[in-house]
Design a protein around this ligand. Structure first.
Ligand code: DX5
Ligand code: ZN
Length: 213
């Protein structure tokens, strides 16, 4: 059974509250929130005020994926807005270990995301501190892109590197039933999916299908 984290990037923003309630009814494991700043990635989405406004619609943990430069500068705003897990990108902060400790000292789960070209080896000396590692299987910035094949081997390599540690491996980008199954087989614990769920004629069926992998 895979953990499932729908990405609201592909939801209908004009009725975000209703979309969140639908995910709540499906009892998804996390709600994945893609924060983009127009600098680290070319796209711009939403920030703490939107996260705060949807917080009351569900108790499902908010899995906040920060695609922003200098994430440590606005970290407190995301904590205050109601994030439960916060992930930043390896190449977006100069002092990753400090970022991780700041998240953990607020009693939240801390994650690091790797872009398709980045090696899990870069995380070797912080592995004991991480709650999750988010493998990007597309280049960050947009929903609806195609899955990058090399992520399968990367997940296998990371699973070996983790050597039994309690650190979740999550994958994000181009996930559907086929790519999701391959990533679970490669050692992933949780699947982020945006367009596969929200563009599906029956989003509930899409969620159930992913959960069953
Ligand atoms: C991309 C985001 C993803 C995105 C995934 O930068 O991090 O979470 O929403 O969308 P799909 O599932 O459509 O590839
Ligand atoms: Zn994401």
């Amino acid at each position: 059974m895979a953990l499932v984290a729908p990405s609201i990037l592909s939801a209908d923003f004009s009725k975000l509250g209703e979309e969140i309630k639908c995910l709540d009814r499906e009892k998804v494991d996390f709600i994945h929130i893609d924060v983009m700043d127009g600098h680290y990635v070319p796209n711009l989405t939403f920030g703490p005020p939107v996260i705060k406004s949807i917080r009351s619609y569900t108790d499902i943990p908010f899995d906040v994926h920060l695609m922003i430069e200098h994430p440590e500068r606005s970290l407190q705003d995301y904590i205050d807005a109601g994030a439960d897990r916060i992930t930043c990108h390896l190449d977006a902060t100069r002092h990753l270990e400090r970022f991780v400790q700041q998240v953990k000292s607020a009693d939240l789960k801390a994650g690091v995301s790797l872009c398709p070209h980045e090696s899990p080896e870069a995380l070797r000396y912080v592995l004991d501190d991480l709650d999750l590692i988010l493998l990007m299987s597309v280049n960050p910035g947009f929903g609806g892109q195609s899955f990058i094949e090399s992520t399968v081997q990367k997940a296998r390599d990371l699973r070996k590197l983790l050597a039994g540690r309690h650190c979740e491996i999550m994958v994000d980008g181009g996930i559907n039933l086929e790519t999701g199954k391959r990533m679970v087989d490669a050692g992933c614990d949780s699947l982020v999916a945006g367009s596969f769920i929200f563009k599906h004629e029956d989003p509930s069926e899409a969620i159930r299908g992913l959960k069953a992998l």
